[in-house]
Design a protein around this ligand. Structure first.
Ligand SMILES: Nc1ccn([C@H]2C[C@H](O)[C@@H](COP(=O)(O)OP(=O)(O)OP(=O)(O)O)O2)c(=O)n1
Length: 130
């Protein structure tokens, strides 16, 4: 049953809220909530960023798409990216931050702070009449 639910989650692209809920359940059934304090979660996330960095360490620049990496390296990368994301989501949750709301607001702020060059704002119709 859980496997079917997980496949469905993957299909529809799971939300931050659903992930947050899963992490809450994961901690609760293991009685790990007492360890999931803001500072512990932050340090755990930074540790995972270190593990993520190790994958790229000494490789020099790598090609986009990682076409010359083998599958096991890519799988490892996916795991470390996930660890960072999961601790980040849990940290936000424990701090009472609505990450979906915060991240959308931040994207709007970024767009205002860094407007696109004027020529990329011209619509197709405008450009065809030029
Ligand atoms: N107190 C904990 C410990 C682990 N996790 C979860 C979140 C991460 O997704 C993953 C981290 O597990 P590990 O500490 O075992 O780290 P790795 O999976 O990176 O294993 P390793 O360090 O052996 O490579 O487990 C958690 O939520 N709370």
């Amino acid at each position: 049953m859980a496997a079917i639910r997980d496949a469905e989650d993957e299909d529809r692209g799971i939300s931050l809220k659903d992930l947050s809920q899963k992490l809450q359940e994961f901690a609760e059934v293991r009685d790990w909530e007492k360890y999931h304090t803001p500072r512990n979660l932050l340090l755990a996330m930074v540790g995972e960023v270190g593990e993520l960095s190790e994958i790229f360490q000494w490789k020099g620049e790598v090609k986009r798409g990682l076409e010359d990496w083998d599958e096991s390296e890519k799988e490892h990368l996916g795991e470390e990216l996930s660890d960072v994301l999961l601790y980040l989501i849990r940290l936000a949750d424990i701090c009472g931050i609505d990450l979906s709301h915060a991240v959308l607001n931040k994207i709007i702020k970024n767009a205002i702070k860094y407007p696109p060059p004027v020529h990329s704002c011209i619509t197709k119709e405008q450009s065809s009449s030029l």
